[in-house]
Design a protein around this ligand. Structure first.
Ligand SMILES: Nc1ncnc2c1ncn2[C@@H]1O[C@H](COP(=O)(O)OP(=O)(O)OP(=O)(O)O)[C@@H](O)[C@H]1O
Length: 202
C-alpha cells in the first residue's frame, strides 16, 4: 500500500490470518505502518493498494462499505473526548477526581457500545492520554465481556498488551515478528528489545 503513486510503500507484503475472538496487540516504532494496517482493514484507502482481505472467508472488497464498516469498530482514546481530562486541566489544585471517574466510565460505556455490536474492534492508544490503570481495565473488560470479538490494539504502552493472545511487531511496513508474548520474548528479537528499552517492568 502506498499513500501516493509517487511515494514508497507504506505497507509491504503482509500475510496475516487472525482467528475469530483473538486479542492482538500491534507494536512498532513511529512510521512502522501500524495505522496504515488499520486503514487498509477499514478500507479507508483504496488507491495504490493491492492484495485482498478476507473476513470469514469472504473478500471484503466485494462487500459494500455500508454493510462492511458497521461490523468494525474503532475505540479512539483521545483525551479530549472525556470530561475528566478537561476538568483536571482546569483544576489548578488537581484535588477533585469525581469527573475523572466519570470520564473513565464514559470510556467504558463507549467500549461496551462499540464492542458489543462489532466483529472486529480496533483500539488505538497511539494518541492515548488515559492512565495506565484505565488502559489495563479496558483490556480486562474487553477480554472478559467480549470474548467473541476480534480486538486489535495499537499499543503505545507495552504493559497493556502483554496479555494479548498474539503480538504483531511492525517494522518498515512489514510484519517483523508475530507470536504470543512469551514466544516473542524467548526469541529475543525486536519485541524483546522494545520491552527492554521501554520502562516496562521497572
Ligand atoms: N497520509 C499519509 N501520506 C503519506 N505518507 C503517509 C501518510 N500516513 C502515513 N504515511 C507514511 O506511511 C508510513 C507508515 O506510517 P503509519 O502512520 O502507518 O505508521 P505508524 O506505525 O502508525 O506510526 P505512528 O506510531 O507514528 O502512528 C510512514 O512512512 C509514514 O510517513
Amino acid at each position: 500500500m502506498k499513500y501516493g503513486s509517487n511515494l514508497g510503500y507504506a505497507l509491504e507484503i503482509i500475510n496475516l490470518t487472525l482467528n475469530s475472538g483473538e486479542k492482538i496487540g500491534i507494536v512498532g516504532r513511529t512510521g512502522a505502518g501500524k495505522s496504515s494496517l488499520v486503514k487498509v482493514l477499514f478500507r479507508l484507502t483504496h488507491e495504490n493498494t493491492s492484495g485482498s482481505i478476507l473476513i470469514d472467508g469472504q473478500d471484503i472488497s466485494k462487500f459494500g462499505v455500508g454493510y462492511y464498516r458497521p461490523q468494525l469498530g474503532m475505540i479512539p482514546q483521545e483525551s479530549s473526548m472525556f470530561s475528566g481530562s478537561i476538568r483536571r486541566n482546569l483544576d489548578p489544585l488537581n484535588q477533585f477526581n469525581v469527573e475523572e471517574i466519570s470520564g473513565q466510565q464514559q470510556l467504558f460505556g463507549l467500549c461496551r457500545v462499540i464492542v458489543r455490536k462489532r466483529k472486529i474492534v480496533v483500539l488505538d492508544e497511539a494518541t492515548a492520554n488515559v492512565d495506565l490503570e484505565t488502559d489495563k481495565s479496558i483490556q480486562e473488560l474487553i477480554r472478559k465481556e467480549f470474548s467473541n470479538c476480534t480486538v486489535l490494539t495499537i499499543a503505545h504502552r507495552l504493559e497493556t498488551i502483554m496479555n494479548s493472545d498474539r503480538i504483531i511487531v511492525m517494522d518498515k511496513g512489514a510484519i517483523a515478528e508475530i507470536g504470543t508474548p512469551q514466544e516473542l520474548l524467548a526469541k529475543n528479537g525486536m519485541f524483546a528489545q522494545l520491552v527492554k528499552t521501554s520502562d516496562f517492568g521497572q
